[in-house]
Design a protein around this ligand. Structure first.
Ligand code: PLP
Length: 387
């Protein structure tokens, strides 16, 4: 018999969202008529813009013709899509040769862990998107938690952060919904330089940022090109959570200690582990980045505003302005306890903050992904919440 990969024993037995499903079941059994509203998982709900759908259609029809058929694509992704990402999202900060198209940011997080290899020291925000923790543990790497609390404006205290090889950093942050300022990112870059660390900057929610003063990309900050990889996603901006399309940016200047360009090894790894994102998805991405207005985030930000208006009246509520999440403090009780109360009083499923890391204890994450009718109904029910 093959021995089990011992790193699996380091993981929590269930993924956070499976645990939520498990806890939901007994409630549903006892209350079969309850109309549950899910504000837990960060999954998009609204149809993809017709303009993008036409891009998919054109790509599919082409594949059925002798002249238009395409097999495996370029390992780094369609050059037109890479050019559009460089021009439209990075506005000249990044060259198309530095863009790698992928099947999503989560998949890139896993592959980046492969790039760095096992037994590293990896720092993550606490709380954090669960994939950061699990991929770190699976690689047998050492975990450093960087507490992000209301006391430090949800930005890590870098003076207390030990040196590490890699910093996985997300902004707008899932789950606290905070956006790091330019000054904060400058400090993070300085920290990475001083410790010879690489930052992996997860900008999956950048399209939600409305304040032009807030950075959408780490490359807006001087010095980032020497220390940072960025990962991005079409999932939340245009509703591609099921389509699957994302990208990573690895600048030419980013080097390993021995002088090897990180980009060189990333290209090698991508060519070895991955045969590229679906060409139909990539055509949809190209349509999403032409001049049509297809950004789906405005709808979800309005949902966030509706929920925030209600929650703000009774509870300390963070986020919602540049993020589809609300991070709400319910003092004097555990996150799971608040989860159970919200479920039983309002029939709403949320995500307990402690599921994202120890510093999330006492908080609940509300997701503003949902259709308007459900969000409005959720807001009505939350008005009556007594916690
Ligand atoms: N990064 C963060 C912070 C996320 O919250 C999510 C999804 O919820 C992802 C990445 C996954 O993105 P993708 O759908 O592109 O894999």
């Amino acid at each position: 018999m093959v021995t089990r990969n011992k790193n699996f024993t380091r993981l929590n037995s269930g993924y956070l969202f499976s645990e939520i499903q498990k806890r939901k079941q007994p409630f549903q059994k006892e209350n079969p008529d309850a109309k549950l509203i899910s504000l837990d998982i960060g999954d998009t709900t609204e149809p993809i813009s017709e303009h993008i759908i036409n891009g998919f259609k054109t790509a599919s029809v082409k594949l059925g013709t002798a002249e238009g058929y395409l097999g495996y694509g370029h390992p780094q992704g369609d050059p037109i899509l890479r050019q559009r990402i460089a021009d439209k999202i990075y506005k000249g900060f990044i060259q198309p040769e530095e863009v790698f198209i992928s099947d999503g940011a989560k998949c890139d997080i896993g592959r980046l862990q492969m790039l760095f290899g096992p037994d590293r020291t990896i720092a993550i925000q606490d709380p954090a998107y669960p994939a950061y923790l699990d991929t770190t543990l699976l690689m047998n790497s050492n975990l450093v938690y960087m507490p992000c609390l209301s006391e430090n404006d949800f930005f890590p205290d870098l003076e207390k952060t030990p040196p590490c090889d890699v910093i996985l950093f997300c902004s707008p942050h899932n789950p606290t919904a905070t956006v790091a300022t330019k000054e904060q990112l400058q400090k993070l870059i300085e920290f990475a330089k001083a410790n010879s660390s690489i930052i992996v900057f997860d900008s999956a929610y950048a399209a939600f940022i409305r304040d032009p003063q807030l950075p959408k990309s780490i490359y807006e900050i001087e010095g980032a090109r020497e220390v940072a990889i960025e990962i991005g996603s079409f999932s939340k901006s245009v509703g591609f959570t099921g389509v699957r399309l994302g990208w990573s940016i690895v600048p030419e200047e980013l080097l390993f200690e021995d002088g090897t360009p990180v980009k060189q090894d990333w290209y090698r790894l991508i060519s070895t582990f991955f045969n590229g994102a679906s060409n139909i998805a990539q055509m949809g991405g190209i349509s999403a980045l032409d001049d049509a207005d297809v950004n789906a985030t405005t709808f979800y930000l309005e949902n966030a505003r509706i929920l925030k208006q209600t929650l703000d009246q009774k509870y300390t509520t963070y986020g919602g302005d540049h993020s589809p999440y609300l991070w709400v403090h319910f003092p004097n009780r555990s996150s799971w306890d608040s989860f159970e109360e919200i479920l039983s009083q309002a029939h709403i499923i949320t995500t307990p903050g402690s599921g994202f890391g120890p510093s999330g204890e006492g908080f609940i994450r509300f997701s503003a992904f949902g259709n308007r009718e459900k969000i409005e109904e959720a807001a009505r029910r939350l008005t009556k919440l007594s916690l």
